[in-house]
Ligand binder design. Structure first.
Ligand SMILES: [Zn+2]
Length: 567
């Protein structure tokens, strides 16, 4: 009775998803939920066939009654997105503010998605702002990588979460605001709230530590204006002069002790070349830019917490609009370096194949490995805007990706380390395999002769007299296992339950395939072998499931190379 109920539920769910329940798909799900039934396959299958027939005649509302509750899980997710303080629907403005100093990593995905999700939940506006005021490490190439990868994630957020439109509403490039920022700096100087300090960095550091004031602190406004002009005109070298905010050199919050707000950077800017040489520090630019661009809720990573006071002070002294500042925890990845600081030297040393190497957690690397933007979006949506730092492991990301890929990825047979197996007694040189267990359509595999390739690992495990099933082709009995050839014979009894099913490729008509399996951030193994003939039609970017091996993404077509995503 319980079994019947289970089958009804699974069949109803299958019918709701695909319009019609498929007995094989339902059977697979029954076996997955109750593996102990494997010894009663025939009996269960008969019941499944019977129930599926009934289900396929039922109206949709009856199916919904029978299908399991699916809403419960969603509510749990929503609870993780608490309301924003002082947020009015339609008036919320959030932003993501990446620095174009490298390729975005999985750490940026949270920084992108949290403010984006809030902007859309409140029907507000979402800005992409490039913080390009540290020109020495910035490149145009990185601007493009950020645009590309962020677009992929936001488009996926629209598809997966229905947050529309799945893009930023406006792009802001901070460096275009430099003239405006210089005006504000001058305002601070005229108010007596900033001064040009020409102390060497060492002295500044020790004075801040000791709470001592340097001789520049009490310079008259005219002197500061004159030195500031000199800074802008290039009369100082890098490091020779700073504009500092005048606050309190004995402030208990160390970052508040007359922090630098502008410094000289003697390096060409990727957009403006040599036009500017004085650039704001992080505290100045972030507070001023958020205020000037209308941001109402600024999300930033928790490590900048001590800087909030500095930023609020800057805004107050300038009389600029204040806004909500919200901290959130950072993301690190277990066992994999995530910071550009660690990745860059590995690329330079040639250990990694650039920023899109599938072993590194840059967004490009993850996408290339077949971690879909959809999976990342779902993952961060479920994680919520948490304030605590989180260490995620690749396995949990893979589990999410599996949920995305399993219902859609077509199945293929790939045989690593192939060994020839001759099949005696094969009457029809043709096999039919389902494209996907939940779908009706099937793929035909033509054999040119009664021989197939099987994996060396499978060949080694075979014993004489053992029966195995060559998936979609025939049940065979092992006659002989030789060092480079296996001899099989078609069994008289074809429907034997509980035997091992192995994948194969037709001898003489198989597609050469290579599969790269990333094993650590520093290494991978390359599996060589043969796949089904239909694998020839795969195109770069396609996602498939290689049966008994795992999900994989097509990385190149000629030669056909796939990257193994995960099991
Ligand atoms: Zn000084």
């Amino acid at each position: 009775m319980d079994l019947r109920k289970l089958i009804e539920r699974l069949a109803a769910e299958n019918a709701l998803k695909y319009g019609k329940a498929n007995p094989k798909a339902v059977m697979g799900k029954v076996m997955a939920e109750m593996p102990e039934l494997r010894s009663r396959v025939r009996e269960v299958l008969a019941l499944v066939n019977q129930v599926v027939e009934e289900i396929n005649r039922m109206p949709e509302d009856r199916l919904r009654e029978l299908a399991g509750p699916e809403k419960r899980e969603k509510k749990k997710e929503e609870r993780k997105w608490p309301p924003l303080d002082k947020a009015e629907p339609g008036k919320v403005v959030t932003r993501v503010a990446p620095e174009p100093n490298g390729y975005p990593t999985i750490g940026h995905a949270k920084g992108l998605l949290v403010p984006f999700i809030y902007a859309r939940l409140y029907n507000g506006k979402f800005l992409l702002r490039f913080e390009d005021t540290n020109p020495r490490v910035e490149r145009l190439e990185y601007f493009d990588a950020i645009r590309e990868d962020f677009s992929a994630l936001l488009e996926a957020a629209e598809r997966e979460l229905g947050l529309s439109p799945g893009r930023w509403d406006q792009e802001v490039i901070e460096s275009y605001y430099l003239p405006k920022m210089y005006e504000l700096a001058e305002q601070l100087i005229r108010q007596g709230d900033a001064y040009v300090c020409t102390c060497p960095a060492e002295k500044v550091r020790s004075y801040r530590k000791e709470g001592k004031e340097c001789e520049h602190r009490d310079q008259p406004v005219e002197k500061n204006l004159e030195l500031w002009e000199k800074m802008l005109e290039g009369e100082f070298k890098e490091g020779e002069a700073h504009l500092r905010l005048k606050t309190d050199m004995r402030h208990p919050n160390y970052t508040m002790r007359d922090p630098g707000i502008f410094r000289i950077v003697d390096a060409p800017h990727p957009i403006h070349g040599d036009r500017y040489r004085v650039y704001p520090t992080y505290d100045f630019s972030i507070s001023v830019m958020d205020s000037l661009t209308g941001v109402t809720h600024a999300f930033r990573s928790k490590e900048f917490e001590p800087h909030v006071e500095v930023q609020r002070t800057i805004l107050r002294k300038l009389g600029l609009r204040e806004y909500e500042m919200i901290q959130f925890g950072r993301i690190t990845m277990e066992g994999i370096p995530i910071s550009k600081r660690y990745i860059r030297p590995l690329i330079k040393a040639g250990i990694l194949d650039g920023w899109s190497d599938p072993r590194v957690p840059t967004l490009k690397g993850l996408f290339r490995r077949g971690i879909t933007p959809e999976a990342l979006v779902r993952f961060f949506y479920e994680l919520g805007p948490s304030k605590v730092d989180a260490t995620i492991n690749f396995e949990s990301l893979a589990a999410m990706n599996r949920k995305v890929l399993d219902p859609v990825a077509p199945r293929y047979m790939f045989v690593p380390d192939p060994v020839k197996a001759v099949v005696e007694g094969l009457e029809v040189l043709k096999a039919e395999v389902p494209v996907h267990p939940d779908r009706e359509d099937r793929r035909v595999i033509e054999l040119t002769e009664p021989s197939v390739y099987i994996a060396l690992k499978d060949a080694k495990s075979l014993r004489e007299g053992q029966e195995v099933r060559l998936r979609g082709l025939a049940t065979v009995k092992v006659r002989h296992v030789g060092p480079d050839e296996v001899s099989l014979r078609v069994s008289e009894e074809q429907r034997i339950s509980g035997i091992q099913i192995i994948q194969w490729a037709p001898y003489g008509n198989a597609t050469p395939v290579r599969v790269m399996n990333p094993t650590s951030p520093y290494s991978y193994e390359m599996l060589g072998g043969y796949g089904e003939p239909a694998m020839r039609e795969l195109r770069k970017g396609d996602m498939v499931q290689l049966l008994r091996i795992g999900f994989a993404r097509v990385d190149s077509e000629e030669p056909l190379t796939l990257i193994l995503s995960h099991r």
